[in-house]
Every structure is written in structure tokens, then in C-alpha cells.
Design a protein around this ligand. Structure first.
Ligand SMILES: Cc1cc2nc3c(=O)[nH]c(=O)nc-3n(C[C@H](O)[C@H](O)[C@H](O)COP(=O)(O)O)c2cc1C
Length: 300
């Protein structure tokens, strides 16, 4: 595994739970190895909240008086130091994998990778191993979150019969919308999906064997963005594990208003669903990159 320790999803920090809180309050926020520090001040310059001070050119970086309270544990100070001199209570240089520049993609590859992402709506009749789904989530969790708040939690609907049960609930919600004259826009949009379900065709969860739901505390600032980005990472990462994914806008919308679905999901108290995806093995491989509208750009 190399010299760094892989962080598993349940390990929020190098120290976890009570240990983490106890040590966090008694240790200095970070320590600097005098033998390695070159006094270049990069850590102070990079800290997003200005929590690192260099008293003068020869001194070691020190935390400001508000650093303990204000630090978001983003790890930039550890990640940027060219000498591996700074060790934070939340992470040491040895725990943070080195950036492998030779693995970074050039512009053409990035463009091709992003353009080849597809919403996958046809799945093989095959379950995905739990370890593989855990691996996928373990990649997706590295998306940016406001103030490094990391509010995203994951619910995997693993049981395919449960996926079907939730889809039936979403169908019931769609049917109810269809009978509501005030929902004129929705009626037009959903009528084909409802009609398809009635003739035995699942255009709600598309026969996916599993669903992945993201949730977070309702009042957590930036939770919607964090969950949206996390699921975007998840969709982009899926093909690297042989998997395919598709947003389930239906599940997300229904989860906001449809009590039977809310009850079936039984998310933790004060949590809300902020997005969901279907996941499984793709039945078909795409051969071309479809076209999209030209970008509408204005300059100011
Ligand atoms: C927020 C959001 C919700 C979506 N919900 C659904 C959905 O419920 N069912 C579905 O089949 N596709 C859904 N999609 C996928 C879009 O239809 C798809 O991204 C679009 O048609 C473009 O195709 P592509 O993703 O392959 O480029 C959703 C996409 C987004 C971004």
C-alpha cells in the first residue's frame, strides 16, 4: 500500500471519534519538523483562512490564536509543503498520497473522458459486489464541499427488490401528480413515464439493480451542492470500475414531498435526500460522443 495509509470512509480523520476530539483539544493544531522546514512560507500563503503565521524569515510557521477554532482541516498546508515538514492533527504527510504527475490527464484526454460520460439506462441483470460499490463511494467522497464541511452521507439501496418497491412508490407519486390539475407542467412531463410503468416498463429506476442516495442534515449550508458534486464524481468514476450510473431525478423530487417514500427511506432525523443515482453494470457500450448545444458565454 506504500508509505501512506488509505483513509476508509468510516475513518473521518487519522484519529476518530472521542480520541480525535480529545487529542484535537490538547495538541497543537499542527507541528513543523525543524529539520525539514525551509521557511519558505508557502503553508502560510496557501492557508485559505490565513491561520498560519511566519513571525520572520527564519522562524517556523505557527498557528494564529484563532487557528484551532477556525481551521476547516482542508489539509492544504500538509499537501502543499514541498519538504513534507508540516504535520496537522487531522493528517500527516505520510498519510496523504503523493500527487503522481505522470497520471494526470492532458487536455485531450480530459475532454474525451468528460464527453464520454453517459447516463446509463440499460443494465445487465447482475448485482454489483458491495466492495465495488464501497470503492466507488470511496472515490466519489473526494469532491469539494463548502468550507470542507463534508456533509454528504450515503445510503445504498442494495436489495433489487427494495429498488423496485421504492420505484413503485415513485410511480404512485407520479400518478398522484397526474391527477392534480395544478401540476399541468408535470402532467405533460410524466405521462409517458406513468404509461410505460403501467405496461410493465420501468422508466423510473430503469431496471437498475441498486440505487445510491445522498443525504445530509437539512440545515447544513451547501448540502445540495456537496451531494450534487459527490454524485457527479460518482457518475464520472463509475466506468473505471466497469459500472454505469444515471441520475434519479424522480427519486430526488419524490423524496421532498411523498411521505411513503420518506418513510421507506427512513433517513436520519433532520436529514434530507439531496440526490440519487441508479447504478449497475451497463448492458451496452457507446461508440460515439453525442453533440450538445454550443455554450452561451457572455463576458463582463
Ligand atoms: C439532476 C438530474 C436529474 C436527472 N434525472 C433523470 C431521471 O430521473 N431519469 C433519467 O433517465 N435520466 C435522468 N437524468 C439524466 C439526463 O436525462 C441526462 O443527463 C441527459 O439526457 C443527457 O444525457 P447524458 O447524461 O448521457 O449526457 C437526470 C440528469 C440530471 C442532471
Amino acid at each position: 500500500m506504500g508509505e501512506f495509509e488509505l483513509q476508509m470512509p468510516h475513518k473521518r480523520n487519522s484519529l476518530s471519534g472521542d480520541d480525535y476530539r480529545k487529542d484535537y483539544s490538547t495538541m497543537s493544531l499542527f507541528t513543523v519538523d525543524e529539520t525539514k522546514c525551509k521557511h519558505d512560507g508557502i503553508c502560510a500563503d496557501i492557508c485559505p483562512r490565513g491561520l498560519i503565521e511566519m513571525k520572520d524569515d527564519d522562524s517556523l510557521p505557527v498557528p494564529t490564536s484563532v487557528a484551532e477554532e477556525m481551521c476547516s482541516r482542508c489539509g492544504h498546508c500538509v499537501a502543499v509543503c514541498p519538504h513534507g515538514a508540516l504535520s496537522h492533527t487531522a493528517m500527516t504527510p505520510g498519510q496523504c498520497p503523493p500527487v503522481r504527475r505522470e497520471w494526470l490527464l492532458d487536455q485531450e484526454r480530459v475532454e474525451h473522458f468528460l464527453r464520454s460520460r453517459r447516463s446509463i439506462r440499460n443494465y445487465k441483470n447482475k448485482k454489483v459486489d458491495r466492495d465495488l460499490l464501497t470503492k466507488l463511494i470511496d472515490i466519489a467522497r473526494f469532491g469539494p464541499t463548502g468550507g470542507n464541511s463534508q456533509p454528504v452521507q450515503w445510503r445504498v439501496i442494495y436489495d433489487t427488490e427494495e429498488v423496485q418497491r421504492l420505484s413503485e412508490m415513485i410511480f404512485a407519486w407520479l400518478s398522484q401528480c397526474m391527477n392534480d390539475p395544478e401540476q399541468e407542467n408535470l402532467i405533460k412531463k410524466f405521462s409517458h413515464t406513468v404509461a410505460a410503468w403501467e405496461r410493465g416498463e420501468d422508466r423510473i429506476s430503469r431496471g437498475a439493480p441498486h440505487l445510491i442516495v445522498t443525504h445530509a442534515p437539512k440545515d447544513s449550508p451547501g448540502a445540495l451542492s456537496a451531494c450534487t458534486i459527490a454524485l457527479t464524481y460518482l457518475e464520472l468514476a463509475s466506468p473505471s470500475l466497469g459500472l454505469g450510473a444515471c441520475w434519479s431525478g424522480f427519486l430526488h423530487e419524490a423524496s421532498k414531498v411523498w411521505a411513503p417514500l420518506q418513510k421507506a427511506l427512513s433517513l436520519p432525523e433532520e436529514h434530507e435526500c439531496f440526490g440519487a443515482m441508479m447504478i449497475g453494470y451497463p448492458k451496452y457500450a457507446y461508440q460515439r460522443l453525442p453533440l450538445r448545444d454550443e455554450p452561451m458565454i457572455s463576458w463582463q
